[in-house]
Ligand binder design. Structure first.
Ligand SMILES: Nc1ncnc2c1ncn2[C@@H]1O[C@H](COP(=O)(O)OP(=O)(O)OP(=O)(O)O)[C@@H](O)[C@H]1O
Ligand SMILES: [Mg+2]
Length: 308
């Protein structure tokens, strides 16, 4: 469980994170989605206790991160944005060092090691210098390091950045697998990534949460939740639609026909409603199709608008 309550972080005049409140349930994967400089890393650093919030409260597993930083840190595994690794160390040494830093006993480390190595698939490279490893393996080593003390919560800052497409797929699968036991927050600036991997997406822009919900909920949130294209012969159908409370977004006139692009706030299938209106009015529907509003559209819209 992760809970942020009205959290604000400033750097001089810059408000990097502004009044952010967020609740992440155990076992949930939450994707922080936002453009460069949105405040994703700053928010994650406050959750890990690396930055202190100027205002508000951060709790991890019910523990106040500011009041009990050491206890909270034991509940958190963190893969930082730039994944700083010690190039001269081997993954084995790096994990041993990470365990010692988090007060994991030698005995406990031996028990944990094989579980983590197995989960992250780094057995083959365990005794090779990290400096010689591919980017994909480095990310896995970083993830193993974040897991070695068996934390409740995983904070992964751009975990797939710099990976090739097949490495991205396997990293996503690994994160999904890990989320069966852990609460996960990950950041990305790629909409498709957030959509594929997350149970819930939190869209951040200029330090503020501009939208949050499941991928489905966010799609529905777009203005004109459903857009339907209708093609008829009769231009006057426009008045009929208006009289029925249908919102006409655009009218495109062609030779012998006219296309209306319409939307409606009410729930239910707009196409059925249009069909009924047309048949009551004895208007022949030449064509009708529904346009899906994509998450990409919403993301672009929300992050373009000046919300400061
Ligand atoms: N240590 C710092 N000192 C001063 N300003 C900072 C610091 N860290 C972040 N900022 C500023 O805070 C804002 C949010 O930055 P942050 O790194 O959290 O964004 P981000 O969403 O992680 O972006 P990116 O996608 O580029 O990683 C930016 O304006 C950034 O310049
Ligand atoms: Mg960042």
């Amino acid at each position: 469980m992760i809970q942020l309550t009205q959290v604000t972080k400033r750097f001089g005049d810059i408000v990097a994170v502004r009044n952010v409140s967020l609740f992440v349930k155990p076992g949930e994967i939450v994707g922080f989605l936002g453009p460069n400089g949105a405040g994703k890393t700053t928010t994650m650093r406050m959750i890990t206790g690396y930055f202190l919030p100027d205002e508000g409260k951060v709790e991890v597993g019910g523990m106040d991160v500011v009041r009990y930083p050491e206890l909270a840190k034991r509940k958190i595994g963190y893969l930082p944005e730039d994944n700083p690794l010690y190039e001269d160390m081997t993954p084995y040494e790096y994990l041993e060092y990470g365990a010692a830093m988090r007060f994991v006993s030698k005995h406990e480390f031996k028990k944990r090691l094989w579980d983590v190595v197995d989960k992250t698939g780094i057995e083959d490279v365990l005794t090779r210098p990290i400096g010689e490893l591919s980017k994909g393996y480095r990310q896995r080593v970083g993830l193993a390091h974040a897991l070695i003390h068996d934390p409740e919560v995983l904070i992964l800052d751009e975990p797939t950045s710099g990976l090739d497409p097949s490495q991205i797929v396997s990293m996503r699968e690994l994160i999904k697998e890990l989320s069966k036991e852990k609460t996960v927050i990950l950041s990305t600036h790629i909409m498709q990534e957030a959509q594929h991997i997350s149970d819930k997406i939190v869209i951040i822009n200029k330090g503020k949460i501009v939208a949050q919900g499941t991928p489905d909920e966010l799609e529905k949130m777009a203005k004109g939740e459903v857009i339907v294209h209708i093609v008829v012969k009769d231009k006057n159908f426009e008045q009929v639609l208006k009289a029925s409370g249908i919102d006409i977004v655009e009218v495109k006139e062609r030779d012998n026909e006219v296309e209306f692009i319409v939307t409606h706030d009410e729930k239910g299938d707009l196409r059925e409603r249009i069909f009924n209106i047309a048949s009551e009015n004895k208007t022949v529907l030449l064509e009708m199709w529904r346009e899906r509003v994509s998450l990409e559209d919403i993301f672009l819209k929300l992050t373009k608008e000046d919300v400061a």
